[in-house]
Design a binder for this molecule. Structure first.
Ligand code: IMP
Ligand code: MG
Length: 171
Protein backbone atom coordinates (compact mmCIF):
# COMPACT_ATOMS: atom_id res chain seq x y z
CA UNK A 1 0.00 0.00 0.00
CA UNK A 2 1.20 3.54 -0.72
CA UNK A 3 0.09 7.02 0.34
CA UNK A 4 -0.08 10.10 -1.91
CA UNK A 5 -0.83 13.47 -0.33
CA UNK A 6 -4.10 14.95 -1.59
CA UNK A 7 -4.75 17.81 0.87
CA UNK A 8 -1.97 19.45 2.86
CA UNK A 9 -2.15 20.45 6.51
CA UNK A 10 -1.94 24.15 5.56
CA UNK A 11 -4.93 23.90 3.20
CA UNK A 12 -6.89 22.08 5.93
CA UNK A 13 -6.11 24.78 8.51
CA UNK A 14 -7.13 27.58 6.13
CA UNK A 15 -10.37 25.91 5.07
CA UNK A 16 -11.38 25.10 8.66
CA UNK A 17 -10.98 28.74 9.71
CA UNK A 18 -13.34 29.73 6.87
CA UNK A 19 -15.92 27.09 7.82
CA UNK A 20 -15.76 28.11 11.49
CA UNK A 21 -16.60 31.72 10.60
CA UNK A 22 -19.47 30.64 8.33
CA UNK A 23 -21.01 28.27 10.90
CA UNK A 24 -20.61 30.78 13.75
CA UNK A 25 -22.46 33.39 11.66
CA UNK A 26 -25.29 30.99 10.66
CA UNK A 27 -26.06 29.99 14.27
CA UNK A 28 -25.78 33.46 15.82
CA UNK A 29 -28.18 34.07 18.72
CA UNK A 30 -28.98 30.36 19.08
CA UNK A 31 -27.76 27.70 21.50
CA UNK A 32 -25.46 25.39 19.56
CA UNK A 33 -24.49 21.74 19.84
CA UNK A 34 -21.67 20.53 17.61
CA UNK A 35 -22.34 16.83 17.14
CA UNK A 36 -19.36 14.74 16.07
CA UNK A 37 -19.90 11.51 14.15
CA UNK A 38 -17.35 9.08 15.64
CA UNK A 39 -14.65 8.22 14.99
CA UNK A 40 -13.55 9.81 11.72
CA UNK A 41 -14.70 13.38 12.46
CA UNK A 42 -12.80 13.73 15.76
CA UNK A 43 -9.88 15.71 14.31
CA UNK A 44 -12.21 17.91 12.26
CA UNK A 45 -14.33 18.58 15.38
CA UNK A 46 -11.44 19.59 17.59
CA UNK A 47 -9.91 21.95 15.02
CA UNK A 48 -13.30 23.40 14.01
CA UNK A 49 -14.51 24.22 17.54
CA UNK A 50 -11.17 25.82 18.47
CA UNK A 51 -11.68 28.16 15.52
CA UNK A 52 -15.24 29.06 16.61
CA UNK A 53 -15.33 32.16 18.80
CA UNK A 54 -18.64 31.50 20.61
CA UNK A 55 -20.24 29.43 23.34
CA UNK A 56 -21.12 25.88 22.30
CA UNK A 57 -21.57 22.33 23.55
CA UNK A 58 -20.22 19.17 21.96
CA UNK A 59 -21.72 15.71 21.78
CA UNK A 60 -20.99 12.46 19.98
CA UNK A 61 -22.87 9.88 17.94
CA UNK A 62 -21.49 6.68 16.48
CA UNK A 63 -23.03 4.67 13.68
CA UNK A 64 -21.92 1.36 12.21
CA UNK A 65 -19.18 1.90 9.67
CA UNK A 66 -17.25 0.02 7.04
CA UNK A 67 -15.57 -2.36 9.50
CA UNK A 68 -12.22 -3.26 8.01
CA UNK A 69 -13.49 -3.12 4.43
CA UNK A 70 -13.27 -0.31 1.90
CA UNK A 71 -16.94 -0.78 0.96
CA UNK A 72 -20.10 -0.16 3.01
CA UNK A 73 -21.95 -3.11 4.52
CA UNK A 74 -25.23 -1.52 3.38
CA UNK A 75 -26.79 -1.27 6.87
CA UNK A 76 -26.56 1.66 9.29
CA UNK A 77 -27.09 1.08 13.02
CA UNK A 78 -26.60 3.53 15.90
CA UNK A 79 -23.81 2.30 18.17
CA UNK A 80 -23.66 5.33 20.49
CA UNK A 81 -26.45 7.83 21.10
CA UNK A 82 -25.87 11.52 21.88
CA UNK A 83 -26.41 12.52 25.53
CA UNK A 84 -27.56 16.17 25.32
CA UNK A 85 -31.11 17.45 25.07
CA UNK A 86 -31.47 18.94 21.58
CA UNK A 87 -34.94 20.47 21.93
CA UNK A 88 -35.08 23.96 20.42
CA UNK A 89 -31.33 24.12 19.85
CA UNK A 90 -29.17 24.47 16.79
CA UNK A 91 -27.25 21.33 15.89
CA UNK A 92 -24.40 21.10 13.43
CA UNK A 93 -23.55 17.51 12.60
CA UNK A 94 -19.84 17.14 11.91
CA UNK A 95 -18.90 14.25 9.56
CA UNK A 96 -15.55 13.13 8.14
CA UNK A 97 -16.70 12.25 4.63
CA UNK A 98 -19.92 11.68 2.70
CA UNK A 99 -19.58 8.84 0.23
CA UNK A 100 -22.76 6.88 -0.69
CA UNK A 101 -24.75 9.22 1.60
CA UNK A 102 -26.28 6.37 3.55
CA UNK A 103 -24.70 7.08 6.96
CA UNK A 104 -25.43 10.80 7.00
CA UNK A 105 -29.00 10.24 5.87
CA UNK A 106 -29.63 8.00 8.89
CA UNK A 107 -27.84 10.37 11.30
CA UNK A 108 -29.94 13.32 10.03
CA UNK A 109 -33.20 11.41 10.37
CA UNK A 110 -32.29 10.41 13.89
CA UNK A 111 -31.25 13.93 14.99
CA UNK A 112 -34.29 15.58 13.39
CA UNK A 113 -36.48 13.21 15.46
CA UNK A 114 -34.91 14.63 18.66
CA UNK A 115 -36.55 18.05 18.33
CA UNK A 116 -33.65 20.30 17.30
CA UNK A 117 -34.77 23.71 15.99
CA UNK A 118 -32.20 23.77 13.20
CA UNK A 119 -29.98 20.96 11.89
CA UNK A 120 -27.09 21.47 9.48
CA UNK A 121 -24.38 19.14 8.24
CA UNK A 122 -20.69 20.02 7.96
CA UNK A 123 -18.65 17.38 6.15
CA UNK A 124 -14.88 17.68 6.04
CA UNK A 125 -14.81 15.84 2.71
CA UNK A 126 -17.46 15.19 0.08
CA UNK A 127 -17.32 12.56 -2.70
CA UNK A 128 -20.46 13.54 -4.66
CA UNK A 129 -19.67 11.20 -7.58
CA UNK A 130 -20.02 8.19 -5.23
CA UNK A 131 -23.51 9.15 -4.03
CA UNK A 132 -26.21 6.43 -3.98
CA UNK A 133 -28.60 8.33 -1.69
CA UNK A 134 -29.03 11.98 -2.71
CA UNK A 135 -27.60 14.27 -0.03
CA UNK A 136 -26.09 17.75 -0.16
CA UNK A 137 -24.20 18.90 2.98
CA UNK A 138 -24.60 22.52 4.15
CA UNK A 139 -20.86 23.01 4.66
CA UNK A 140 -18.09 21.17 2.78
CA UNK A 141 -14.40 21.30 3.58
CA UNK A 142 -13.20 19.85 0.29
CA UNK A 143 -14.91 18.11 -2.63
CA UNK A 144 -12.84 15.16 -3.88
CA UNK A 145 -12.88 12.55 -6.64
CA UNK A 146 -14.14 9.08 -5.62
CA UNK A 147 -10.79 7.64 -4.42
CA UNK A 148 -10.28 5.99 -1.02
CA UNK A 149 -8.59 8.50 1.27
CA UNK A 150 -7.08 8.33 4.76
CA UNK A 151 -5.67 10.72 7.34
CA UNK A 152 -6.99 13.66 9.36
CA UNK A 153 -9.33 11.23 11.18
CA UNK A 154 -10.15 8.96 8.25
CA UNK A 155 -9.00 5.37 8.52
CA UNK A 156 -8.45 2.17 6.64
CA UNK A 157 -9.01 -0.69 9.12
CA UNK A 158 -8.41 1.83 11.97
CA UNK A 159 -5.01 2.91 10.64
CA UNK A 160 -3.83 6.33 9.43
CA UNK A 161 -6.31 8.44 11.48
CA UNK A 162 -3.39 10.38 12.99
CA UNK A 163 -1.90 11.58 9.68
CA UNK A 164 -2.06 15.40 9.77
CA UNK A 165 -2.99 15.56 6.08
CA UNK A 166 -5.33 13.72 3.69
CA UNK A 167 -3.75 11.06 1.46
CA UNK A 168 -4.98 8.69 -1.24
CA UNK A 169 -4.42 5.06 -0.25
CA UNK A 170 -3.41 2.84 -3.15
CA UNK A 171 -2.83 -0.92 -3.22
P1 IMP B 1 -21.41 6.59 3.35
O1 IMP B 1 -22.48 6.07 4.28
O2 IMP B 1 -21.20 5.66 2.18
O3 IMP B 1 -21.66 8.01 2.92
O4 IMP B 1 -20.04 6.50 4.11
C1 IMP B 1 -19.68 7.37 5.08
C2 IMP B 1 -18.63 6.77 5.99
O5 IMP B 1 -17.80 5.79 5.34
C3 IMP B 1 -17.69 7.85 6.45
O6 IMP B 1 -18.15 8.46 7.64
C4 IMP B 1 -16.37 7.13 6.60
O7 IMP B 1 -16.25 6.60 7.91
C5 IMP B 1 -16.44 5.99 5.61
N1 IMP B 1 -15.73 6.33 4.35
C6 IMP B 1 -16.28 6.61 3.15
N2 IMP B 1 -15.34 6.89 2.22
C7 IMP B 1 -14.15 6.80 2.87
C8 IMP B 1 -12.78 6.99 2.46
O8 IMP B 1 -12.44 7.33 1.32
N3 IMP B 1 -11.84 6.80 3.44
C9 IMP B 1 -12.14 6.45 4.71
N4 IMP B 1 -13.40 6.26 5.14
C10 IMP B 1 -14.40 6.43 4.23
MG1 MG C 1 -14.34 4.73 8.78
Amino acid sequence: MSLHTLISKDSIDTRIRELAIEITRDFEGQELIVLCVLKGAVLFLTDLIRAMDRDLAIDFIQVSSYGSEKKSSGVVTILKEPQLDMHGKGVVIVEDIIDSGMSIREVCRYIESRGAAKVKVASFLDKPAARKYPFVPDYIGFTIEPAFVVGYGLDYAERYRNLPEVAILEE
